[in-house]
Write a protein that binds this ligand. Structure first.
Ligand code: FES
Length: 149
């Protein structure tokens, strides 16, 4: 069996929604402390709906494929639906990632959450902070795996 699925190759070679949204309503940027890869997610939000999403990933092929797939999964969805997307969902949608590349998909989930949090903060919208990764008491950060940048 090939190490990477057709879908991973497809999203790596032809990533969807690449780029920047200059007037984004929410921007999330997360990094992986171990490999140094960085993912940036831009959201346009109208009436609780994610009307547009773009990403920039400076990282490995799995991270690029994960972020591309994640954008297709949240475009046109409500904020709540986007927040419900887990890295496991992204991996499943990609028909899997090798075990040693699973952490790359975590960046996709975290970047969505980070962008929504930015939107909440910019608009003074109250939200449950415990549902978002916090730099100070992030277990993943302590483990040196994922950190907010
Ligand atoms: Fe760094 Fe994939 S190796 S995100």
């Amino acid at each position: 069996m090939a190490l990477y699925s057709e879908k991973v190759f497809d999203h790596f070679k032809n990533p969807r929604n690449v780029g920047e949204i200059p007037d984004a309503d929410g921007i999330g940027e997360v990094g992986n402390a171990k490999c140094g890869d960085i993912m940036k997610m831009y959201l346009k939000i109208d009436n609780n709906i994610i009307t547009d999403v773009k990403f920039e990933t400076f990282g490995c092929g799995s991270a690029i494929a994960s972020s591309s797939m994640a954008t297709t999964m949240i475009k046109g969805k409500t904020i709540e639906e986007a927040l419900a997307v887990t890295n496991k969902d992204v991996v499943e949608a990609l028909d899997g990632l090798p075990a040693h590349k699973l952490h790359c998909s975590v960046l996709a989930e975290e970047s969505i959450k980070s962008a929504v949090q930015d939107y909440y903060e910019k608009n003074n919208i109250p939200y449950d902070k415990s549902k978002f990764p916090v730099l100070e008491d992030c277990e993943a950060c302590d483990a040196g795996q994922v950190r907010m940048v």
